[in-house]
Ligand binder design. Sequence first.
Ligand SMILES: [Zn+2]
Length: 104
Amino acid sequence: MIVVKVSKDNQLHGPVFMCDICQERILHTGNVFWLVNSRGDPVNGQVWHLHKQCARSFEIVQEKDGPGSKWYSDELSNFVVYLGENLGIQNWEDAIDRARTLTD
Ligand SMILES: [Zn+2]
């Protein structure tokens, strides 16, 4: 599974999200999925990134992992914010400015 890969083309370089179904780059909007138990706790910690149009195929292909488990889904843009928050980013504007400086 390729979740994030580093790409360099005419428009950008740096990490990009790849769809776990079609293996193409996700642009603009996507979804993130992970399996949770009946209490809402993650089951195995594995995360899937998908185009919205690939999400239905994913739900058909994936089998649930045990009784009471289900797929939690959220916007990929929210997932990026969760990562930043869990990384401890205090000042998002400074972080964005630094990243843009490095990629210019
Ligand atoms: Zn896809």
